[in-house]
Design a protein around this ligand. Structure first.
Ligand code: GRF
Length: 202
């Protein structure tokens, strides 16, 4: 499976995917990392790993859809078949998830549908939940919506700071995202009635 990863910043999830894809039995190959921000630290990491990088700045486009169409065409130029959002901080137009329907996933640092949007670890602490975690979901037109593919939970500890909770969740993200991309690479993921089934996963 030829995978394109979209980032805007740090790129630690991207790095986890690149690392996982080194395994000879990994069924996906990261063929392109694309960022809307030229200075995203993740781009340099990707280039060092020998992966093609692209920058498409949203500032160069008058509207979301023309940006999205250029991002898409750029990915397709690299033969991308499946798109992974990894800290990509742009809201997509309706066109993009339609074009990539079933082939576009995102990772979000909460147990969706709880805590959508930004600063979600802060939201979790403020709500006083005792469990949080991360969610990988198919991307539809709805922000942080779309069928849930997998989740990992972590405890929220007494006295947790946003940083401590974020770090605990991020460790699970780095485990979960490569696992989910593997499932897609093995063609084990299907969607029926808006719910995801993964062959061999209870
Ligand atoms: C992660 O917490 C991810 O869940 C969220 O954005 C962050 C990206 O971090 N969507 P990184 O760039 O992968 O390090």
């Amino acid at each position: 499976l030829k995978v394109g990863v979209l980032i805007s910043g740090r790129g630690s999830n991207m790095a986890a995917l690149i690392e996982a894809a080194k395994a000879s039995d990994y069924p996906a190959e990261i063929v392109c990392v694309l960022s809307n921000v030229a200075s995203a630290p993740g781009l340099q990491m990707a280039a060092k790993a020998g992966i093609a990088t692209e920058v498409v700045s949203h500032r160069d486009f008058a509207d979301r859809e023309s940006f999205d169409r250029t991002v898409s065409a750029t990915l397709e130029k690299h033969g991308v078949e499946f798109v992974v959002l990894a800290g990509f901080m742009r809201i997509l137009s309706a066109w993009f998830p339609q074009h990539w329907a079933g082939r576009l996933i995102n990772i979000h640092p909460s147990l969706l549908p709880a805590f959508k949007g930004l600063h979600v670890q802060r939201q979790a602490l403020d709500a006083g939940v005792r469990l949080s975690g991360c969610t990988v979901h198919l991307v539809t037109g709805e922000l942080d919506g779309g069928p849930i593919v997998a989740q990992a939970a972590v405890p929220v500890l007494r006295g947790d700071t946003e940083e401590a909770l974020s770090a605990r969740i991020l460790r699970q993200e780095h485990r979960l995202y490569p696992l989910v991309v593997r499932w897609f690479g093995e063609r084990r993921v299907t969607v029926s009635g808006g719910k995801v089934e993964v062959t061999g996963v209870p």
